[in-house]
Every structure is written in C-alpha cells, then in structure tokens.
Design a protein around this ligand. Structure first.
Ligand SMILES: Cc1cc2nc3c(=O)[nH]c(=O)nc-3n(C[C@H](O)[C@H](O)[C@H](O)COP(=O)(O)OP(=O)(O)OC[C@H]3O[C@@H](n4cnc5c(N)ncnc54)[C@H](O)[C@@H]3O)c2cc1C
Length: 471
C-alpha cells in the first residue's frame, strides 16, 4: 500500500503559503506551521513586522500568484487594493530624471502588506489538502545530512512536543531563519553567506488621502541619485485600500530618516523634490511614524553546497532577502514557489528533487539580487561581504550600463518597457539585449524629458480637495 505523502512548511508568510499551494499539487497533505497566532483578517501580526511599511507587488509576482491561486488579484482589488499601471500611473523622479508616463506595459498591486498576506493565506487555506497551524514553535529538523524526514515542534501555549514526519520540509521562516545553524547541526559544512548592507533605514506614516484622490491616484516616488556620492534619501507615496496613502521614507547610512512626526515632515522636504511633502500637506495623518532597519541584502548559497539533504527546500527571505526599496522580496518568493512546483512536476518526489529545486531557486533569486546589490554597492559606507565579480571587478562596467539604461528608460518607450520587464521580474534580464532596444539606447541622448513632476491637472486638483475625515 502506498503511504500518504506529506509536506511541512515552516512559516505562514508570503513564501510559506505560496509554497504550500505549490506542494499541494504533488503531495496528499501539507501542514503549515507558524509561531504567530494567525489573525482571521487583514490585521498586523508580530511575525511580519515589515507589514507596517510600503509593500509593492510587481506584476512579475502578481501574475505568478494568480497562476498558483486564481482569483487572488480580483479579491485584492475588491478589497480596495489599487492596480497601478506602469509607467502610466507613476509619477517618479528617478536617479536620472522624471519618468515619462507612457501607456502601461507592466503593473503593480498597491495595498497594505497585511491585506496582501491575509488574502494569499486565505486563498491558499481553501485547499482542503492545506492545514495551517499557528502558535507553534519549531524546534528543529528530523533526519541527517543525507535526508530530512520531518520536524519537531511544540504548541507555544500548552501541549507537548511532537514530531511531524514529512516527505518534504520547506523552510519559509523569513530573514530570521535558523536553517544555516540547523544544517551545521546535521553535519553539513557552513553555507556561504553574502551581505551587501547600505544601512538603509525605513520610516512610514499612513495618511487619509484628500477626498478626490481616494479612489485613484498615481504612485509618487522621489529617489536618490546613487551616483552622487552622498547617502541616499528616498520617499514613496503609495495609495492603498480604504482611501489611504502610505508614505515611506528610506535613507542609507548617514541619511536615515528620523522617527518623530516633525522630523518626518522635515525629511520629506530634503528629498530631491518636495512633491510628496506638498501632497501630504492636505492629508490627514492616521498613524505615528513606524521605523525599521531590516533592509540588508543577504543571500545564503544553499544551492552551492556539495551535499544537500533530500526532502529539504529553503525559499523566500530565508534564502535571499533584498533591500526592500527595490520591492522584489514577495515577487521573488512567488517565483520560487512556482519553481518548486515546476521541479516537482518534472522530477516527482524522489532523491535529488530537493537539490534540483534548491538550485533552481538559487537561479530565480539571482536577478533581483544582482539588480539591487549593484546599486546599493555605490552608496557611501556600504558594508559588503561578497566575491561576486559582478559586484567587485565588473562593478563599474555594470553600473555604467545600468546608468545608460536607466536614463534612456525615462524617455524611450521601448527601453522603458524592457527595463520594466526586468525590474518587475516579469521576464528574463536579456530583454535589454534585444536589438531594437539596443538601437533605442544609442538614440537616448536625443530625448526630451519632463522638467518637473508629471501629475496631470486632474490629479493636482484631486490632491487639493479638502480633507473630509467623516467619509
Ligand atoms: C521594510 C520592508 C519593506 C518591504 N517592502 C517590500 C516591497 O515593497 N515589495 C516586496 O515584494 N517585498 C518587500 N519587502 C520584503 C518582503 O517583506 C519579504 O520579501 C517577504 O515578506 C518574504 O516573505 P517570507 O514569507 O519569506 O518571510 P516573512 O514574510 O517574513 O514570513 C516569515 C513567516 O515565518 C514565521 N516564522 C518566523 N520564524 C519562525 C519560527 N522559528 N517558527 C515558526 N514560524 C516562524 C513568521 O511568523 C512569518 O509568518 C519588504 C521588507 C521590509 C523589511
């Protein structure tokens, strides 16, 4: 008689729930364990403190989530999330100038992280094969260096230690994952860990949008010029559900945003343009300032270990966490879950599959890793531990190329579409090598660019409407 196949997923965040969905296509039962008591709605929780800050979900990630969990996008939009067409609904001062608002080629979903998380968790939990257990402490792995066979866990409040046997264990416990320690405990050699840390700090405040701007408003961003040789200072105004604006400041080492309300407003006026400061002058603050510093790019090269235990896969922030300013974490997690699905579809539950999946996940996270780190490495006082030639000997060449593309994308629709395809994790990085794109790059010097914010007259009027706290 064949045995019931089981997977255990550690962590019920974005990566964990998407991995559970992928696994449910290949095993009889999936148990997801999280140490948080999980709310029955879009509420904040302890295990995802970053939810207090701006989270954009790029089209590359949104499309994959839709493939894994059909109907998720509509549920998000029905709950008030905004669909931001790119670059059409974007008012952005990039390092190179103001972006022209060409017709949409990509998009992003703008919502609070709590709404994104809850919607995905609820969608995934509807699969009868998936059971989610909150309030669980995970104490360690079962098995040895050749194969992981389950986990030991214990309810946080009351209950006894138990063992869950599994054919596959997936670690999706985020930045704080204990996996590298657990693996050396099983007898594996230490894993290579690269870190590029610009010292970026985040500060976020939520506002009620002026009345006319509650249903639809562009995403507004003012970015630092990473070439300036000074600490980077950025601001983003993200329209989210319930007619709110989430405003996040971020600054690299030496340019960190303050965490007081007065300091928040003053810092906005030190950005390369005061547009966001002007916009929120008429918006009603709904929260104080929330701060975070968990922003270092950190990658664990599990895919490079010579030996890898069967039955173990690591994904999400547990394998690669990115500077959030580039907005890649959730999309990379979604793509990794889809990769796990594809590997299981190709190879089935057999020896070597977990290793193949881990290697494929290593390839998936490489694009967002290289996009963010090659910019972060430019900032003063960055901490870098890496032997990646793209960030060491070839760093200057790559930076020059990125600067040419970034400048051309502002005014050339073809280059803009190719750059967005790459940056939204919607396609291969070689979109930029397309001969037509290359030809467009050579014409980039002839482009006329906007010399100020690209808000339309209607958007300016909408932002000027009187605050009506009652509605
Ligand atoms: C300030 C900030 C802003 C960000 N902005 C963006 C953005 O705009 N766009 C974007 O795509 N990404 C953004 N990110 C990154 C994004 O938050 C992560 O990439 C994403 O949350 C990764 O999902 P995950 O499931 O791997 O980890 P998490 O979301 O961190 O989830 C980990 C889960 O594991 C649980 N857990 C942890 N340890 C244990 C344990 N020992 N036992 C049991 N359960 C455990 C936690 O409770 C949690 O539920 C941002 C990150 C930060 C810090």
């Amino acid at each position: 008689m064949s045995h019931t196949t089981r997977a255990v997923v550690l962590g019920a965040g974005m990566a964990g729930m998407l991995a559970a969905t992928a696994l449910a296509r290949h095993v009889d039962a999936v148990t997801v364990l999280d140490r948080d008591r999980l709310p029955d709605g879009a509420d904040p929780r302890r295990g995802v403190p970053q939810a207090r800050h701006t989270h954009v979900l790029w089209s590359g990630g949104a499309r994959v989530i839709e493939t894994l969990l059909p109907g998720t996008t509509d549920r998000l939009l029905d709950a008030g999330a905004h669909r931001v067409g790119l670059p059409e609904d974007l008012v952005s001062l990039t390092a190179y100038g103001w972006q022209q608002r060409f017709p949409e080629t990509q998009f992003m979903i703008a919502a609070s992280r709590s709404l994104l998380d809850w919607t995905v968790r609820d969608q995934a939990s509807r699969d009868p094969k998936v059971t989610v257990l909150g309030d669980m402490d995970i104490l360690g792995l079962r098995g040895d260096a050749r194969a992981v066979t389950g986990v030991t866990c214990k309810p946080r409040r009351e209950g006894t230690l138990s063992v869950i046997e599994a054919d596959v264990v997936v670690d999706a416990t985020g930045r704080g994952s204990p996996m590298k320690r657990w693996l050396t405990g099983l007898g594996l050699p230490p894993v290579q860990e690269d870190v590029i840390d610009s010292g970026m700090a985040y500060a976020t405040r939520i506002f009620r949008a002026p009345e006319g701007a509650r249903k639809k408003f562009p995403l507004v961003s003012v970015y630092a010029d990473h070439r300036a040789g000074v600490p980077g200072r950025n601001g983003i105004l993200l329209p989210i559900e319930d007619g709110r604006w989430m405003v996040t400041l971020s600054g690299t080492r030496g340019g960190e945003p303050p965490t007081t309300e007065e300091g928040f407003a003053d810092y906005l006026r030190t950005l390369r343009h005061p547009l966001i400061a002007d916009l929120i002058d008429r918006a009603e603050p709904l929260t104080g300032v929330q701060a975070s510093r968990s922003t270092a790019n950190r990658r664990l090269f599990y895919d490079r270990l010579v030996e890898w235990p069967d039955g173990l896969v690591v994904l999400g922030d547990a394998v690669a966490a990115f500077n959030p300013v580039y907005g890649h974490g959730m999309s990379a997690a979604a793509l990794s879950a889809a990769t796990l699905d594809a590997t299981l579809r190709g190879s089935g539950l057999r020896p070597g599959t977990a290793r193949a999946a881990q290697r494929a996940i290593g390839a998936v996270v490489d694009t967002p890793w290289s996009l963010g780190t090659s910019q972060d490495i430019c900032y003063p006082d960055v901490f870098a531990r890496t032997d990646d030639p793209r960030l060491t000997r070839h760093a200057d060449d790559r930076r020059r190329q990125a600067d040419v593309i970034g400048a051309a994308a502002l005014g050339d629709p073809l280059v803009c579409a190719a750059a967005l395809q790459v940056n939204t994790l919607s396609g291969a990085a070689d979109a930029l090598q397309d001969p037509e794109v290359q030809q467009a790059l050579s014409r980039a010097g002839e482009l006329g660019l906007p010399d100020g914010p690209t808000l339309t007259d209607e958007e300016r009027d909408a932002a000027r409407t009187v605050v009506n706290a009652a509605s």
